[in-house]
Design a protein around this ligand. Structure first.
Ligand SMILES: Nc1ncnc2c1ncn2[C@@H]1O[C@H](COP(=O)(O)OP(=O)(O)O)[C@@H](O)[C@H]1O
Ligand SMILES: [Mg+2]
Length: 148
């Protein structure tokens, strides 16, 4: 199932993220795709808000990872500056995929074959300065629903 959403403001994207948080469960992995400024971090802010995390959510560009504690532990990665994915393997990064939290991956395409097969995919596209098209799907059969 693929769902398409149209957002007309950053606020609407945050609200969509809050709703998406309600779908997410322990062990879920979410891969975010879309150019710089398409709203990946904004949507993640909304997801975190849905879990009660209101502050400190921003792209972890220089450290690759930020961790937020809530009912679940949220692992927020941003691979924008990643040059060699082998570096991550050496750092034991795949451990997070078997961890007891929710994993949010910006620039997931940089992971190539390291990306776990079972995952949500969120594709974000810029339509105009304040409009974004957001597509959400899951790579496996998975019951979920959102009104948008
Ligand atoms: N509908 C929208 N949804 C999300 N962000 C929007 C929207 N309209 C404008 N923006 C702006 O676009 C920028 C998105 O930045 P960000 O979320 O950091 O993107 P990314 O993480 O994909 O690089 C923010 O400055 C945000 O305020
Ligand atoms: Mg970002």
């Amino acid at each position: 199932m693929k769902k398409k959403f149209h957002s007309k403001s950053a606020k609407e994207t945050i609200e969509l993220g809050e709703e998406f948080a309600g779908v997410l469960k322990q062990g879920d992995i979410v891969a975010f795709y879309g150019e710089l400024g398409s709203g990946k971090t904004t949507l993640i802010k909304g997801i975190c808000k849905g879990f009660g995390i209101e502050k400190g959510v921003k792209s972890p560009s220089f450290v690759f990872l930020r961790i937020y504690k809530s009912r679940y532990t949220l692992y927020h990665f941003d691979f924008y500056r990643l040059k060699r994915k082998e570096e991550l393997v050496n750092a034991g990064f795949d451990e997070f995929f078997f961890n007891s939290g929710i994993v949010l991956l910006e620039w997931a395409d940089k992971l190539g074959n390291l990306l776990p097969e079972s995952r949500f995919e969120v594709v974000m596209e810029i339509r105009s300065e304040n409009e974004r098209e957001i597509q959400i799907s899951h790579t496996e059969r998975r019951e979920w629903s959102m009104e948008g």
